[in-house]
Write a protein that binds this ligand. Structure first.
Ligand SMILES: [Zn+2]
Length: 375
């Protein structure tokens, strides 16, 4: 069991660069006025799948998925198997661009491309660097493609981390991995002093995850979803709540307020608009408890800075002030005007400065057409 103080106050899962302190609950510095009230640190998407940026508009599956398991089998596991590195490059560029355009300067990505494993994490990291967005990469190891697929996935995590990449060790989910694979991933993470990024209890297939992972998980692990995770579970790590995805997959409400673990917010691959994720997290919390204030979901958003502390030093100037939870929860259409990442202006007057947004969108459309033709 972990508690709020265990994760990331001194070092996030990535563990590089240190955490510049500060009050994580005060991104908008309540009480300030004028221009500063429109400035926050860069937002963090704590669970993303950049490879999913080309999925929108994909052809309908052979039959309509009727369960979470069928959504995986008929949509995502067909899509990820069809990806090659060129598709991935443009998918990641598009996903990074869309993150930047929403004031999200750090992405914790979870990747799978079983037909193009080697170098895939470097392709994602390069794409994000070109756009000017931070990324923490992980390859989702799985036994879905046999022991050799799992071995190659582990090796891609090892290669990327050994070459100095910012990353976690990825695991798809306990229910698609043998115990030996889970142990190997946990060992690898331990060797590099990082956590494991894994889906946990998103749907009924994964109900055994807490038992199988509890002795492996550390406070540096990133646990996506936790929808069916028992309130009194014994998994260490940060639970990432993905409100849009959970609604879209009809898996239920995670009720993240019940956990003792730190809770952060993600999108699970449906863009990287973290103000939207915040608003949805707030509205969902209200459906369970009408006394909940927007500050609670804002604290979940702010927990992203414990995972990627460097994003605290990024600056986003928004189209609206004050950027306080009680305002943002009820104000549509807030957009960033200017974004600085590590002191460099990467978005100015609402437009990216390092890349041509129109070109990325056009090339991503071409790659999406190639991908969809394979499905
Ligand atoms: Zn996911």
């Amino acid at each position: 069991m972990t508690d709020e103080a265990t994760v990331g106050r001194d070092r996030g899962p990535v563990g590089r660069g240190g955490a510049p302190g500060g009050d994580p609950t005060a991104p908008a510095r309540p009480g300030t006025s004028g221009r500063d009230a429109a400035v926050t640190p860069g937002l963090v998407c704590a669970h993303h799948h950049l490879y999913a940026a080309l999925a929108r508009g994909m052809p309908a599956p052979p039959r309509t998925p009727a369960s979470f398991r069928e959504i995986l089998e008929l949509v995502w596991w067909r899509l990820d198997a069809a990806l090659d590195l060129e598709m991935l490059r443009w998918s990641a560029r598009l996903g990074a661009l869309e993150a930047l355009e929403q004031g999200t300067t750090a992405i914790i990505d979870h990747h799978e491309s079983p037909s193009a494993i080697e170098d895939s994490l470097s392709v994602i990291a390069e794409a994000c660097a070109e756009v000017g967005v931070r990324v923490v990469c992980a390859y989702g190891v799985t036994d879905r493609h046999g022991p050799d697929g799992a071995r190659r996935g582990l090796e891609e995590n090892r290669r990327f981390l050994a070459q100095g990449g910012a990353g976690l060790v990825g695991v798809h989910a306990a229910f698609t991995c043998r115990d030996a694979t889970l142990e190997a991933a946990a060992d690898l993470a331990r060797q590099f002093g990082v956590g494991v990024h894994v889906h946990v209890c998103e749907g009924p297939d994964d109900d055994a995850a807490p038992v199988r992972l509890s002795r492996l998980a550390t406070p540096r692990w990133v646990l996506a979803h936790g929808v069916r995770l028992a309130s009194g579970h014994s998994l260490s790590g940060t639970i990432v709540h993905n409100p849009f995805s959970n609604l879209n997959n009809a898996v239920g409400y995670a009720q993240p307020a019940r956990f003792r673990n730190p809770v952060a917010l993600g999108t699970d691959g449906i863009g990287a608009d973290m103000l939207e994720a915040f608003r949805l997290a707030y509205a969902l919390a209200r459906t369970a408890d009408v006394t909940v204030e927007p500050d609670r979901a804002w604290r979940w958003l702010a927990a992203g800075w414990d995972l990627v502390p460097e994003a605290r030093d990024d600056r986003v100037t928004w189209s609206y002030a004050p950027m306080h939870p009680g305002h943002v929860a009820f104000t549509p259409g807030i957009r960033p005007l200017r974004v600085e990442v590590a002191g460099r202006v990467v978005l100015d007057d609402g437009r990216p400065t390092l890349v041509d947004a129109a070109e990325i969108r056009a090339r991503a459309r071409e790659q999406a057409a190639r991908l969809h033709a394979r499905l």
